[in-house]
Write a protein that binds this ligand. Structure first.
Ligand SMILES: Nc1ncnc2c1ncn2[C@@H]1O[C@H](COP(=O)(O)OP(=O)(O)OP(=O)(O)O)[C@@H](O)[C@H]1O
Length: 455
C-alpha cells in the first residue's frame, strides 16, 4: 500500500536539515522550509515573496542558483556563500507546466563549509609538507657533504664554527693553508651553508695561462680581440651571480687582473673585455692560497689593498699533522670510499694503520687520499700490511728511533712514539686502569693522553 503524504509534505520538508526554496518563473520565492531560516539568518516570512535577485544583491546568498537556472534555462549546481559565512553546494531544478514552460524552480543545498575548510586545511598542510620535504632534502644534502668532511679535531671544529658564523653573510673569506688541507672542500661547504641561490663557481688561478685568465673571469664582447669568439663570452664572474665565486691559488693572479678584481669587490661592477658598458653582479667571494700573501706583497707580486679586501674573514686551515684526532677517521672514511668506488673489500692490519698514523703527511689530506686510493686499487691481497706502504711511510722503530728521525722534530717523534705505545698498551691491557699500572702513570693521565691524540 502506497504511503500517503497528503498535507503532511510540508512537515516532512521542514524536518530536513537541507534548505529548500521554491521560486516561480520570475525568481520570486513562493516557498521556503524551516532550515532556510538558519542558513540565511532570516525568518521564513521575510524570505517568502522576495525576489532572488533582490536577496542576491543584499548578499543574503551569492550567487543565486535560481537566477543561474533562469538565465541558462537548465538545471544548475554551484557553490554558494551565505551571509552567515557558510558555503553551500546548491542545486536548482526546473518544474515545467503542461506547455513545457518554467513553472517553478526548486532549489536545495548541502552544507560544505566543513569540507571547504578541510580542503583549505589539506592544501595548507600539503604546502607545509612540501616545504618541510624541501628543507629535509637540503639538510640531507648538507649532511652528505658533511659526512664527506672529517673534522672532529678541536682545530677543525673551530674552523667549522667560524664558517657557520659567517656562512650567510656577504663577507669575503680567505682560506689559507698548505696544499691539500681541504681549502676547496671547505669553500664548497661554505657555499652550501650560505643558502645562496646561485652556483658555486670555482677557478684555479694557477692552472689558467696568464693571457687567458682575464677573459675567463670577466668574459668578452663579440670579436673583442683576434681569435675571440663572434658570440662573445660570459665570464665566471657573471656565472657566479647570486652564488659564490671561489678563486683558488689567488696568489697566482696576475697583477693587472688583481686591479680589476679589486674594482669588482669595491664597486660590484666590471666590464667584459672590449665592452664599455659596466655590468653589475652580486656574489660572495671566497679566495684560497697556500702561499704567504704578506711575503708576496713585500716582493711586489700581490696588491696590499686587495689583500685587505680579501682577508675580511681570514680562516687558516691547520695542516693534517696538527689534527691527529682526525687521522684515523680519515683513513677509515677514505678506505670505505675507495673500496666502494672500485668494488673492493680491502682491510688493514693494525701495524699498517699505525704506520699511517705516525707519518707526518706533508701533502696533507690529498696525499693521504692518494695513497689510500692507490693501495685499495693495487694491492692484490685482501689485507693491506706495512710492506705494501710506500718506503717513506714507515713506523718509527721504538727500539732505535734515531734511525727514523728523517726531518721530524723531537716533539713530533715523542708524540708519535707516545701514540704507538698507548695503542699497543691498550691492545694488550684493555682498560685505562691496567694501562696506567703497566706504564706507571696515573689513570687520569692515560685518559687525558688518549683524548689528546683522539685515540
Ligand atoms: N677534512 C676532510 N675530510 C675529508 N676529505 C677531505 C678533507 N680535507 C680534504 N679532503 C679531501 O682531500 C683532497 C684535497 O682537498 P682540497 O682540494 O680541498 O685541498 P686544498 O687545500 O684546496 O688543496 P690545494 O691548495 O692544493 O688546492 C680532496 O679530495 C678533498 O675532498
Amino acid at each position: 500500500m502506497l504511503f500517503e503524504i497528503g498535507e503532511r509534505w510540508e512537515e516532512i520538508v521542514d524536518s530536513l536539515y537541507t534548505d529548500v526554496i521554491i521560486t516561480d518563473q520570475h525568481g520570486v520565492i513562493v516557498y521556503a522550509n524551516d532550515s532556510t531560516e538558519y542558513w540565511f539568518n532570516m525568518k521564513k516570512e521575510e524570505i517568502i515573496g522576495k525576489s532572488v535577485f533582490e536577496l542576491e544583491k543584499k548578499k543574503v546568498f551569492y550567487p543565486s542558483i535560481a537566477r543561474l537556472v533562469l538565465e541558462s534555462g537548465q538545471k544548475q549546481t554551484t557553490v554558494q556563500q551565505t551571509r552567515k559565512d557558510k558555503k553551500l553546494l546548491v542545486t536548482g531544478n526546473i518544474i515545467y507546466d503542461n506547455q513545457q514552460n518554467i513553472e517553478y524552480i526548486v532549489c536545495y543545498s548541502q552544507d560544505i563549509t566543513e569540507i571547504e575548510k578541510l580542503k583549505t586545511y589539506i592544501k595548507r598542510v600539503e604546502n607545509e609538507l612540501e616545504s618541510v620535504r624541501k628543507e629535509l632534502q637540503y639538510y640531507q644534502e648538507l649532511q652528505k657533504e658533511d659526512s664527506r668532511l672529517i673534522a672532529k679535531s678541536p682545530k677543525m671544529q673551530q674552523v667549522l664554527s667560524i664558517m657557520d658564523r659567517v656562512a650567510d653573510t656577504d663577507a669575503t673569506v680567505l682560506l689559507t693553508g698548505e696544499s691539500g688541507v681541504g681549502k676547496s672542500l671547505l669553500a664548497e661547504q661554505l657555499h652550501k651553508k650560505s643558502h645562496r641561490k646561485g652556483d658555486f663557481v670555482a677557478i684555479n688561478c694557477s692552472s689558467i695561462p696568464e693571457s687567458l685568465i682575464e677573459s675567463e673571469l670577466f668574459g668578452y664582447k663579440p670579436g673583442a680581440f683576434t681569435g675571440a669568439s663572434q658570440k662573445g663570452k660570459i665570464g665566471l664572474v657573471e656565472k657566479a651571480h647570486n652564488g659564490t665565486l671561489f678563486l683558488d691559488e689567488i696568489g697566482e693572479l696576475p697583477v693587472n687582473v688583481q686591479a680589476k678584481l679589486l674594482m669588482l669587490i669595491q664597486e660590484k661592477t666590471f666590464y667584459r673585455i672590449g665592452d664599455s658598458q659596466p655590468r653589475e653582479v652580486n656574489f660572495r667571494l671566497v679566495a684560497a692560497t697556500n702561499v704567504n700573501l704578506e711575503e708576496r706583497i713585500k716582493e711586489g707580486g700581490f696588491r696590499e689593498d686587495l689583500y685587505f679586501r680579501l682577508s675580511v674573514i681570514h680562516i687558516p686551515i691547520p695542516p693534517l699533522r696538527e689534527r691527529q684526532e682526525d687521522l684515523l677517521n680519515l683513513i677509515m672514511s677514505l678506505s670505505e670510499k675507495f673500496n666502494k668506488q672500485y668494488n673492493r673489500e680491502k682491510e688493514w692490519t693494525r701495524e699498517a694503520i699505525n704506520s699511517l698514523l705516525l707519518y707526518h703527511w706533508p701533502g696533507n689530506v690529498r696525499e693521504l687520499s692518494n695513497i689510500i686510493e692507490r693501495l685499495v686499487l693495487t694491492v692484490e691481497e685482501s689485507v693491506i700490511t706495512p710492506e705494501h706502504l710506500p718506503d717513506n711511510i714507515q713506523t718509527i722503530n721504538i727500539a732505535n728511533p734515531i734511525q727514523d728521525i728523517g726531518h721530524k722534530s723531537l716533539q713530533e717523534i715523542i708524540e708519535k712514539t707516545e701514540i704507538q705505545i698507548l695503542q699497543e698498551a691498550r691492545e694488550k691491557y684493555g682498560s685505562t686502569t691496567r694501562m696506567a699500572k703497566f706504564l706507571k702513570v696515573s689513570q687520569p693521565t692515560i685518559v687525558r693522553k688518549l683524548k689528546k691524540y683522539g685515540l
